[in-house]
Design a binder for this molecule. Structure first.
Ligand code: NAG
Ligand code: NAG
Ligand code: NAG
Ligand code: NAG
Length: 398
């Protein structure tokens, strides 16, 4: 009897410890968030076990499970939804049903999922795209792209750039009734990385005549050089996206070779011959004072050049859009950036804002003080607030 009680207590305490995630005060939906985090943590731990047992790669089994959160392309009373392909890559297209005599705005959306997970068909993304199409009376193209670990950089960015270029062709814009002067590119998380990368690429591409009017980056990852930013230090164990998971995603994007992840975890993955690139991600000069407070900038510790020689993606501007120099940034369109306080990726967004403003790009910044990574695609109430801010900006600027 006594032993059973003890066991019960033990399991209870363990369970409470497992469930409890310290949350900042003033969050409107602490329980919903905590439950979601615990759900994700549990699934992720199970998938790690599956990987440890040699059954399946962590990301492959996670991606498989995610398929159950997908929804078919179903039209509703306001929006016609179809799956099709652009340049052999599958995209989901949302066209408003209401009649219009003028051309519509076009939004090219890139989903997140750490370069390994996710799709345009995920319930949260499908909902966001419908909402955007309906509220803005816009055509939304939500693109898919090849994922890691099956495909590594630059497959993702190549796919997205190819679908974007396909969309920007005159014949395609005409087919969907899209105004070539009112096109925006948006993405969240790793989709924000890809959005920033393809918009940079587009501004320098002489072959594409149609340019985008705006870009919107929702808690984007923008560099893979420095994983010791204040946000990585402070938010390493925040819900939804931990530092550990971020490094797993970022390293898988480049290679399945786990030695890269290991080097990243101690921030020793960049060789000394690339030291000059740290000027572009130098948080001690690029972060606003209030985010730097209490942190001391440490000179980067350089690693061996073997990794960077083997995986040149590590130093590629298409994987780390913050590495673009000022000349390259100057051509960029009007920009919206949404950052969340409790997010390891917070400082990536903040540094990009500083760099863009330094060269005269107009940037609107929404910082969600009680926000967590991924909040827009989860469908919680405080996510809807951020979502509304993003859609409002598009409606006023696109
Ligand atoms: C259709 O649009 C109206 C007006 O914006 C909205 O109230 C309604 O909820 C929408 N229907 C769906 C299925 O989203
Ligand atoms: C699409 O794939 C088909 C079959 O693999 C190929 O013949 C065609 O050239 C591809 N089209 C483009 C635009 O890549
Ligand atoms: C970063 O900026 C600080 C000034 O804020 C400077 O002292 C330091 O040398 C810079 N480091 C690098 C690696 O660019
Ligand atoms: C910026 O980068 C581009 C492309 O790599 C290069 O051609 C150009 O010289 C660079 N500009 C400066 C000022 O470094």
């Amino acid at each position: 009897m006594g032993r059973k009680v003890l066991l019960f207590l033990f399991v209870g305490v363990l369970g409470a410890w497992y469930l409890y995630t310290p949350l900042p005060v003033n969050n409107e939906q602490p329980w919903e968030l905590m439950c979601m985090d615990v759900g994700l943590k549990t699934v992720s731990n199970l998938m790690l076990l599956v990987e440890l047992l040699g059954i399946s790669h962590f990301m492959t089994s996670s991606l498989f499970l995610m398929r159950f959160l997908e929804t078919p392309p179903t039209s509703d009373e306001n929006v016609t939804v179809v799956d099709t392909t652009f340049h052999n890559i599958s995209v989901r297209v949302y066209v408003p049903k209401r009649k219009t005599k003028t051309l519509r705005r076009g939004i090219f959306y890139i989903h997140g999922g750490g370069f390994c997970l996710g799709s345009a068909a995920l319930y949260g993304y499908d909902r966001l795209s419908r909402l955007t199409a309906n509220r803005l009376d816009a055509v939304v193209i939500s693109t898919n792209y090849r994922l890691a670990p099956k495909h590594h950089f630059p497959a993702h960015v190549d796919d997205v750039y190819n679908t974007l270029r396909w969309f920007l062709r005159q014949a395609v814009l005409q087919e969907y009734g899209v105004d070539p002067k009112r096109i925006g590119v948006s993405g969240d998380s790793s989709g924000g990385t890809l959005a920033a990368a393809v918009v940079q690429q587009l501004t320098q591409d002489q072959d594409v005549k149609v340019k985008v009017k705006v870009q919107a980056l929702i808690y984007p990852a923008l560099q893979g050089l420095d994983f010791d930013l204040p946000s990585y230090r402070e938010k390493a164990n925040c819900p939804i996206l931990s530092r550990w998971l971020t490094l797993r995603f970022c390293s898988e994007y480049i290679t399945t070779d786990r030695s890269l992840e290991k080097a990243m975890s101690t921030n020793q993955h960049i060789p000394v011959h690339a030291a000059h690139l740290f000027q572009f991600v130098n948080w001690s000069s690029l972060l606003p004072e209030r985010f730097r407070k209490g942190h001391i900038y440490k000179k980067p510790t350089f690693g061996s050049s073997a990794l960077a020689n083997k995986y040149p993606g590590l130093l590629d501007v298409r994987a780390s859009p913050l590495l673009a120099n000022d000349t390259q940034l100057r051509g960029l369109p009007k920009t919206y950036v949404l950052t969340c306080e409790h997010d390891v990726l917070r400082d990536d967004g903040l540094m990009y804002i500083t760099r863009l403003r330094n060269v005269g790009i107009l940037v609107t910044h929404d910082h969600i003080e009680d926000g967590f990574h991924g909040l827009v695609s989860f469908g919680l109430k405080f996510g809807a607030r951020a979502e509304n801010q993003y859609i409002k900006w598009l409606s006023e600027n696109l």
